[in-house]
Design a binder for this molecule. Structure first.
Ligand code: SF4
Length: 128
């Protein structure tokens, strides 16, 4: 029961992030390096793990009562850097889903590409 609810939550989160990415363009939410933790933040796996304080600094978390453990840098979904990568094949997803999230790769060929390198697609998260 709890497992089914968790799967549903992950599916909803991915849909929120996919929609956000297609509306916004290049950002962590659509980057192949990103693993979502929630619909707002996730871990960037583009670089090696860092210390606890550095890991959370990008989203403004500093002094908290719990220990800040080392890991991959946490970023907000709207963040983007020069290492952005999106090589996911959006055409592999069901057409109704692509329409629902506003997949820009479905639009006319004249539509601006999502990726700076003009490769299509991207879908990210622990289950991707
Ligand atoms: S856009 Fe940059 S910071 Fe964000 S997940 Fe991709 S590589 Fe990491």
């Amino acid at each position: 029961m709890a497992e089914a609810a968790e799967r549903r939550e992950r599916g909803t989160r991915q849909e929120v992030l996919d929609t956000f990415y297609h509306q916004r363009g290049p950002c962590c939410a659509g980057c192949d390096w990103w693993h979502s933790i929630s619909s707002l933040v996730g871990e960037c796996h583009q670089s090696a793990m860092v210390g606890g304080a550095e890991r959370w600094a990008a989203i403004g978390i500093e002094n908290v009562s719990m220990p800040l453990r080392a890991g991959h840098v946490i970023t907000e979904r709207a963040h983007v850097c020069g290492q952005f990568k999106d090589e996911f094949d959006w055409s592999s997803l069901p057409l109704p889903y692509r329409k629902q999230i506003g997949d820009r790769t479905l639009a006319a060929k004249s539509a601006p590409p999502l990726n700076r390198s003009e490769t299509d697609g991207g879908r990210h998260g622990p289950e991707a």
